[in-house]
Design a protein. Sequence first.
Length: 178
Amino acid sequence: MSVKHLVSALILLSMTHASYALFCPTNFSIIQEGDSIDKVTSLCGKPDSQETKEVKTEGPQEWSYFIPQTVGTITSNPATGTMKTQIAFDANSKVVNINVNGIGVGSTTICNGANVSLGDTQESVKRACGDPVFVNKQQETSNTTNQLPATKVTTFTYSNTTPQVKLTFENGKLVKSQ
């Protein structure tokens, strides 16, 4: 690491707003949630791959899962059962509540060890937990002006870095780095 980079890092660490900043996967340029696709591209360079898709916003929902569990018993034969897990999404398809066996949690790894946290998308929950057993949706009104618009999701992948980095944009604004 050069002296220039070391000094830059020390200065950034002393600044309070830098705690929410991210470094570009290709260099030491600073990007932040809310930055535009154009700004991130100009600071970080062109991604190795880019994917854009329209994600239909379906409004608030609650998904229910019954996760298989093995429990010990007094006899030597273990018993199996399920643990009810409910995940609630807001109108923007983001996790706003996770309820595992009646207890609210901020995150869980109950779905095959994959992490599910507040703020995750329906897509990431589906990757972790699969399709829900039950889906409870808010009733649509007959008034079509209440329909929510689709969200344009763009994912930049920088695969020539270690580790590979994915930047996710919603409607042209940076929302997540993985």
